[in-house]
Design a protein around this ligand. Structure first.
Ligand SMILES: O=C(O)c1ccccc1N[C@@H]1O[C@H](COP(=O)(O)O)[C@@H](O)[C@H]1O
Length: 209
């Protein structure tokens, strides 16, 4: 069976955007619970969205340096499949919710991903994003994909500045398990462009042929 790169579309704030992502074949949808993000969503709005998401689509909730109680509050309200920690959270914190999680790593030359995988041994995967000193993520910036090892102890999700024009090259140049996109399929912050979602998914498919 040929390998298929999985796709997560992040920063969903509207039902129509969720449907467009699902209809075009996304495996996971991401919801941002970080009030400094323009893609941040309120719990009440997310409750409605979540109740309309088809089975077998992973619902991922993203946090940046959250309080322990806030994560538990979100988990008490929403049927979450996977947590995504996109800040400076340590392994003890990330693993304390009894839920699978992705740990986002903002890539710099000095990072040794084998060491990071040992540190976050309880993670379901590492999500690699571009480093930006002023923002935690959703920056639309790429990083040097040569920094990604061909083999890692944990599955790798590639993020950071992906869009329909570069995702096929990103997949062909790396050996990642999944790709994650937010700003590259938007018409404005928090509002997805359905044509770009379609093109992005077509390009992922093309790269897998
Ligand atoms: O989307 C955001 O606003 C955001 C805010 C804070 C941390 C992470 C955020 N998004 C994640 O960033 C990466 C890359 O996004 P982009 O495709 O470059 O826009 C992705 O994992 C988003 O989930």
């Amino acid at each position: 069976m040929p390998f298929r790169t999985r796709v997560k579309i992040c920063g969903i704030t509207r039902p129509d955007d969720a449907y467009a992502a699902i209809e075009n074949g996304a495996d996971a949808l991401g919801f941002v619970f970080y009030d400094k993000s323009p893609r941040s969503i309120e719990i009440q709005k997310a409750e409605i969205l979540f109740s309309n998401i088809s089975p077998f689509i992973n619902k991922v909730v993203l946090f940046v340096n959250p309080d322990y109680d806030y994560v538990n509050h979100v988990l008490s309200k929403l049927p979450v499949d996977l947590l995504q920690f996109h800040g400076d959270e340590d392994e003890v914190f990330c693993s304390s919710f009894n839920k699978p999680y992705l740990k986002a790593i903002r890539m710099r030359n000095s990072i040794n991903l084998d060491e990071v995988a040992d540190t976050y041994h309880s993670a379901s995967g590492l999500l690699l994003d571009a480093f930006d000193s002023s923002q935690y993520g959703g920056t639309g910036q790429t990083f040097d994909w040569d920094l990604i090892p061909k083999k890692c102890k944990l599955p790798i999700v590639l993020a950071g500045g992906l869009n329909p024009s570069n995702v096929s090259k990103a997949i062909q140049n790396t050996n990642v398990f999944a790709v994650d996109v937010s700003s590259g399929v938007e018409k404005s912050k928090g509002v997805k462009d359905h044509q770009l979602i379609k093109q992005f998914m077509q390009e992922v498919k093309r790269a897998n042929e």
